[in-house]
Design a protein around this ligand. Structure first.
Ligand code: TXA
Ligand code: MG
Length: 322
């Protein structure tokens, strides 16, 4: 069931049920983070491996010390400007955070999501919400309540409808190194350029990895549509292999469809080249193309700046060939 009833969402969460929640990045699949029986349901519903830990969501920056042992000043500096917002802090956990949530790690990932409905809900709960993106493991993240219903509707008690997600890609996950440098474990809605203002150290940015990524969710293959999807030099091979009239194009600023006229469908992430607009459209357009009667999807990288870094990271993983 989809609706805007915060009280109903609260009642269901209090009972240990799963609820889909809107955030500014993507929709989350939420449960009481302190209730192990409830949190286990998240892993089951998503078919998510238990080695992949969950982010916990809080109502305010002031709550960070309830769940984190030590919060470095630089995190407070960033949080004062960007929380609520699309950034997640990896911090040493307190004992009250179950090991199930962190997959046994002594660090917990915490964020304050910037969505009025979810902030209102979180403010009424006396526990944080554990919430991964509300998609089956490995598939495209949801940016509308309808996306959640299509894929997990039968597994959630309720979906809180907060409209389309403003940012459209997941939060940037950061940690602070021993020498005080910032490390980006996942590129996301808060850009590296914005983070650079807070530190004189170079920022260490992790790339997706097929072996042992530091953020366990940073696997090379993720965000994958069911249709084969190609980019960069693979595009000419795809054009040779498939009939153009059976190909869908995920375009950016008209570049591909001006070159490949006659494709079955064209969805342009942003016809005027806005990376913010492209991020907002990314997952919805990937889903739409995946639902069409076509044989393959071709796409391209966007400029490597601002939200473009997070978009290219998602496209790299969507196009990864196992
Ligand atoms: O924008 C977002 O962050 C969304 C919304 C719903 O808040 N959530 C989200 O969660 O993207 P999820 O589970 O799809 O991705 C979170 C990733 C995990 O895959 C994992 O790599 C990393 O965060 N993570 C969480 N807890 C961690 C921990 N204790 N140590 C290292 N990485 C962690
Ligand atoms: Mg996810």
């Amino acid at each position: 069931m989809i609706g805007k009833d915060i009280q109903l969402a609260k009642q269901l969460l209090d009972k240990g049920e799963l609820v889909g929640i809107p955030t500014e990045t993507v929709y989350g699949l939420a449960a009481n983070a302190l209730d192990i029986t409830a949190a286990i349901k998240i892993f089951e519903a998503k078919n998510r491996p238990s080695f992949d830990p969950l982010i916990i969501h809080l109502a305010s920056v002031g709550d960070l010390p309830k769940y984190a042992v030590a919060v470095p000043q630089i995190i407070y500096d960033i949080a004062s400007e960007y929380s609520p917002g699309p950034v997640t802090y990896l911090l040493p956990k307190k004992d009250n955070v179950p090991d199930l949530i962190t997959s046994g790690s002594p660090y917990v990932a915490i964020r304050i999501p910037n969505h009025p409905l979810t902030l209102d809900l979180l403010g009424q709960l006396d526990y944080p919400l554990a919430a991964p993106s509300a998609n089956p493991f490995g598939y495209i993240s949801p940016t509308t309540a309808k996306h959640v219903e299509e894929q997990l509707g039968h597994k959630v008690a309720y979906i809180l409808d907060g409209g389309q997600c403003e940012v459209g890609v997941e939060s940037t996950i950061i940690s602070v190194e021993e020498d005080g440098a910032l490390r980006v474990l996942r590129k996301g809605g808060l850009t590296i350029e914005e983070l650079e203002r807070f530190t004189t150290h170079p920022i260490r940015v992790e790339e997706a990895s097929s072996s042992k990524p530091d953020a366990p969710g940073m696997l090379s293959s993720h965000y994958s549509p069911t249709k084969p999807i190609y980019w960069k030099q693979e595009v000419s091979q795809a054009i040779a292999k498939y009939n153009l009239a059976r190909i869908g194009i995920l375009d950016f600023a008209g570049a591909l469809h001006n070159q490949y006229v006659g494709a079955a469908h064209v969805l342009d992430l942003s016809s005027n080249g806005s990376l913010n607009e492209a991020a907002r459209n990314l997952f919805d357009y990937l889903r739409q193309l995946d639902s069409y009667d076509i044989d393959a999807i071709i796409t391209m990288p966007v400029p490597d700046m601002g939200l473009g870094l997070a978009i290219n990271d998602r496209l790299k993983r969507a196009t990864f060939k196992k």
